[in-house]
Design a protein around this ligand. Structure first.
Ligand SMILES: C=C(O[C@@H]1C=C(C(=O)O)C=C[C@H]1O)C(=O)O
Length: 347
């Protein structure tokens, strides 16, 4: 009988029908959902399946279980130690353009137009041929604490990523989410200390999320912020959980996405600013993805540390939170560090 990786090899090679292959943080079960017919389904929170939504949140793609073959496989291979891969040569014009965007954002924050903006950029790496399944297998072993996925849809293209950020977990009335922000390089020889700027940036996210949950979620609990490692970098993380009113999942999601961890404050204005000023289309980067299950666990993640794989190139996506205390050059370096998550598995 054909196993998950047979389906995956075939679906990735032919690139005709939508599919998703994923493994949850800390899990050793890989799930594949392979749609049987070339029909585009829209998201329906009453059906079980896999959702893939763009940054703007509009027109999410949905692969329903009932229209697909769903297979699982155990993750048996040992962890893959990601090697020290050299950082890429700096593309001066990309660096200057990004620093201009960050400077403009700082100015608008100083003027009071925004409290926070998350600026992002994309980088294209030429690649003759990408062995999608081999790269995915490497990613599975390299980032055990991330949500590791590969997704394909004929219009959206082929995407892969290892995201550290949960957007929403819901099981019956119990829901949880996280506020994740603040970034520095992981250094095993030094204790992690967080500057005020990073703490403040992360606090914005925690306050926004708890504020948005009020009215829809009761008994909201918030953990203390703690340091969380994601590959070669560390973040500040706060866990947030509570009890949701029945049938409120779609509304909670609308209120949360996109959080100020990936967009900005105020939300709608920040989104418009980013759409008009980043100079490229984020598409599904900083959107959300994962399992929807009205009768069980819904498990959604923010699409970060991801890439889009085309015939002859790979496009990387990375961003960073900008506040009034940001330094444009440091923010650019932060995006380089974040790009290493995917770069390391491409070598
Ligand atoms: C925007 C990204 O990451 C987000 C931004 C962070 C930051 O500004 O420090 C940290 C984690 C993520 O919430 C990205 O990885 O592209």
């Amino acid at each position: 009988m054909a196993g998950l990786f047979d389906f995956f090899e075939e679906a990735a090679a032919s690139q005709v029908l939508p599919f998703a292959v994923y493994c949850k943080p800390g899990s050793n079960i890989i799930t594949g959902i392979f749609q049987r017919l070339p029909h585009r389904h829209s998201i329906n929170f009453n059906k079980k399946g896999f959702v893939f939504a763009p940054f703007t949140g509009n027109q999410a793609i949905f692969i329903p279980d009932y229209a697909s073959v769903v297979v699982t496989a155990p993750l048996e291979a040992a962890p893959y130690p990601v090697s020290a891969v050299a950082q890429p040569d700096v593309d001066t014009s990309a660096k200057e353009a990004f620093e201009r965007l960050v400077s403009k954002s700082i100015e608008l924050i100083m003027q009071g137009t925004f409290e926070k903006l998350v600026c992002s950029r994309t980088e294209r790496i030429p690649l003759e041929k990408c062995d999608v399944v081999a790269v995915y297998k490497k990613m599975l072993r390299a980032y055990p604490n991330a949500f590791r996925y590969c997704f394909f849809d004929p219009l959206a293209g082929l995407w892969m990523g290892a995201t550290p950020e949960q957007l929403l977990k819901a099981d019956g009335g119990n829901i949880s989410t996280v506020a994740l922000a603040g970034t520095q390089l992981y250094d095993e020889n030094n204790e992690v200390l967080w500057p005020e700027k990073e703490k403040q940036e992360q606090q914005f996210v925690t306050d926004y999320i708890t504020g948005q949950l009020h009215g829809l979620v009761s008994d909201i609990s918030v953990s203390n912020p703690y340091t969380f490692r994601a590959g070669n970098i560390v973040h500040i993380k706060t866990d947030i959980w509570g009890t949701a009113s029945p049938g409120s999942l779609r509304q909670i999601l609308q209120r949360l996405h996109p959080t100020p961890a990936v967009c900005g404050l105020p939300k709608q204005e920040a989104m418009q600013f980013l759409l008009h000023n980043e100079g490229y289309n984020r598409e599904y980067y900083s959107g959300f993805l994962g399992e929807v299950n009205p009768d069980g666990q819904t498990d959604l993640f923010v699409n970060l540390r991801c890439m889009k794989i085309d015939d002859n190139s790979v496009q990387l996506f990375m961003g960073c939170g900008v506040t009034k205390d940001s330094d444009p050059e440091k923010e650019f370096m932060e995006t380089v560090n974040k790009s290493m998550t995917m770069r390391k598995i491409l070598v």
